[in-house]
Ligand binder design. Structure first.
Ligand SMILES: [Ca+2]
Ligand SMILES: [Ca+2]
Length: 228
């Protein structure tokens, strides 16, 4: 159908025919974005860290490697920082009332005080949705004033898939649940969660490496619909 429409437009318009070099952009606007398998909707943020064309990440202190090829989690590259000091990287994300995220994580070893974090926040206002992987191996979520510790104990060397489901409330609140698996299949029940929150729509995603932990992040996906 799309091919027929293009052929008709090109044949009918000399101007369009002269703009053939621009057809890829025109086509890319017509074709649907990658669908979220089984969940409906589409990804509005995706980061595989493959190659050098990563999303625009701000790295205030340096030291975060978005092209790390040592034991990558998925594909050939993951995001990594050496286990020497606190580091983080952040990127802008779309404003919306529902944030469904999925990402992969592993740790080559935690040390005392090592806390890796995956955070959705309203920049300069509130760290609304925080997944913190603590040095005791427990995963803790923070949602505004609320928090909850998950049941799963993270062990070093294992790749985990973590899902984060956030829905804005009607005021300074919302719901936030997280799921953890060693496979790519979302568990039927969350590992932890709660209400509270700030009611702020996040506009920043942050990956953080705590002191003395060696961890990797990869395969970040975000949608307005639940991601299986
Ligand atoms: Ca990758
Ligand atoms: Ca990369």
């Amino acid at each position: 159908m799309i091919r027929f429409l293009l052929l008709f437009l090109v044949a009918a318009s000399p101007c369009l025919a002269q703009r053939t070099p621009y057809r890829p952009e025109f086509l890319s606007q017509l074709l649907p974005k990658a669908a979220v398998g089984g969940g409906g909707g589409e990804f509005d943020f995706e980061e595989t860290f493959e190659g050098s064309n990563d999303n625009t990440w701000t790295i205030p202190f340096g030291g975060v490697d978005l092209n790390n090829t040592t034991t990558p989690i998925a594909g050939a590259q993951s995001a990594y920082a050496a286990p020497s000091e606190f580091k983080y990287a952040w990127a802008s994300i779309p404003l919306k009332d529902q944030h469904y995220w999925k990402f992969k994580f592993n740790s080559a070893g935690f040390a005392t005080g090592g806390n890796a974090k995956f955070t959705l926040s309203r920049n300069g206002v509130a760290d609304d949705c925080v997944i913190q992987i603590q040095s005791n191996g427990k995963v803790v979520m923070r949602h505004g004033a609320g928090d909850d510790e998950g049941d799963t104990t993270i062990v070093t060397g294992q790749v985990y898939t973590i899902w984060l489901d956030w829905v804005k409330g009607t005021g300074s609140n919302g719901t936030f649940q997280f799921y953890i698996s060693t496979t790519d299949t979302k568990p039927g029940a969350p590992d932890g969660g709660g209400v509270d929150g700030s009611g702020q729509q996040p506009d920043v995603v942050t990956l953080q490496w705590g002191n003395n932990d060696a961890c990797r992040f990869d395969a970040l996906q975000s949608s307005t619909s639940p991601i299986p």
